[in-house]
Design a protein around this ligand. Structure first.
Ligand code: ZN
Ligand code: ZN
Length: 378
């Protein structure tokens, strides 16, 4: 029995006794075993004391960014590969390239200068206590994300024409969202009474047989990296919908990956956000238990106990393309998972297209009614 998991869950279910033995003596099976996917990467850390820095090209002085397509650092000006060198700046308020004021958010760890378009990394927000353990580098670049959005929404009848225009799509930004990833082991104990009811008819009599079973389950569940976003600006529900991420691509954090993208450091700490991870684990544990309890006509729980122990947590940056479309004073945010390409967002309805459509329906209806009327007259 295999269930699609949003993250890795390994569950061993021990059916201690289902008397009488209705499960063919099978007393241990693996409900889901996807294997652990954590990857341990050691990265040499370079400590710097500057407030911010920029990756400059050794060949031409342009801003070197991480290219998901090339899987390397890339200079878009001279097409140099891995030609970057770090240049320090002192103040967080101004661009390290042109000196223009930077309008970065409270939780920004990197920003794009509105004046020159260069990407600045705020050193202190990715070092020390703010240094992520892990990062999932973007797999899908801007062009790829644009194509995904175009494909997804081309067929939607009432999307305004400007929604997919190159000019508006170009405003799309790649952002690394801070996440806490929690590991737990859990034991779920269940004891109850189950019934199975069989009915049959013989002659003019109807028989019903009710068999009673003592049902006991012991689930040992291993949760690997349950994700909870640590960004206040990002809607929790939307971020949950962005799952699943493939954790096999997680790497040790390196600041070069965030050059070319916006990023935030965690807005809230792991302890504060842990209840959300626990709720996800509890709901998954309940689903696993219910799957293991199928086949009874009725079930009455006598004892249920879920014990969870946190093994640890990681601070990780996960990639999301963000596209905010404004239509009639309303904002419509769209998100594309920067690793898998999954799209979340609701398209606006063009009133103009909708009006055109209603008018067409009305015109056709009118013609048909008219036509019927004419036939009747004949
Ligand atoms: Zn260059
Ligand atoms: Zn600048």
């Amino acid at each position: 029995m295999r269930r699609k998991a949003k993250y890795v869950i390994v569950a061993y279910i021990f059916i201690i006794s289902d008397s009488p033995g209705v499960l063919n003596g099978q007393n241990l099976y693996t409900l889901l075993c996807a294997g652990r996917s954590s990857k341990h990467v050691s990265v040499k850390k370079q400590r710097r004391n500057g407030e911010k820095m920029i990756f400059k090209c050794r060949n031409c002085g342009g801003n070197v960014v991480y290219s998901p397509e090339k899987k390397s650092m890339y200079c878009p000006h001279c097409e140099g590969i891995e030609s970057q060198q770090k240049m320090e700046g002192t103040s967080e308020e101004t661009c390290a390239n042109c000196g223009a004021p930077l309008h970065a958010g409270t939780f920004s760890s990197s920003a794009r200068c509105e004046h020159c378009g260069n990407y600045i990394v705020f050193d202190k927000k990715v070092q020390g206590e703010y240094e992520p353990n892990l990062i999932l580098p973007f797999k899908i670049g801007k062009e790829g994300a644009k194509e995904i959005l175009k494909r997804e929404f081309k067929k939607r009848a009432f999307t305004p024409a400007s929604f997919l225009s190159e000019a508006t799509l170009d405003k799309m930004e790649g952002a690394y969202v801070p996440f806490w990833l929690y590991d737990y082991i859990a034991q779920y104990h269940y004891a109850g009474e189950g019934t199975k009811v069989r009915s049959w008819r013989s002659g003019d009599k109807e028989y019903t047989e009710t068999s009673y079973y003592r049902v006991i389950r012991e689930l040992n569940i291993d949760f690997d990296k349950i994700p909870v976003d640590a960004s206040i600006a990002m809607d929790d529900g939307i971020m949950d919908l962005m799952e699943p991420y493939e954790y096999k691509d997680l790497e040790g954090f390196q600041d070069k990956y965030i050059s070319g993208f916006l990023s935030e450091f965690f807005n809230e700490d792991a302890e504060k956000l842990e209840p959300r991870a626990k709720r996800k684990a509890q709901s998954d544990a309940e689903a696993l238990l219910q799957e293991s309890l199928s086949g009874y006509s009725t079930l009455r729980a006598q004892h249920k106990q879920l014990n969870m122990d946190r093994l640890g947590f990681f601070y990780a940056l996960l990639p999301v393309w963000v596209y905010t479309y404004s239509y009639r004073d309303q904002k419509f945010p769209f998100y594309v998972n920067g690793q898998t390409g999954k799209v979340i967002g609701k398209t606006p309805m063009s009133m103009q297209k909708l009006a055109g459509y209603s008018a067409t329906v009305f015109a056709i209806t009118f013609l048909i009614v008219n036509f019927l009327f004419m036939i009747c007259k004949l």
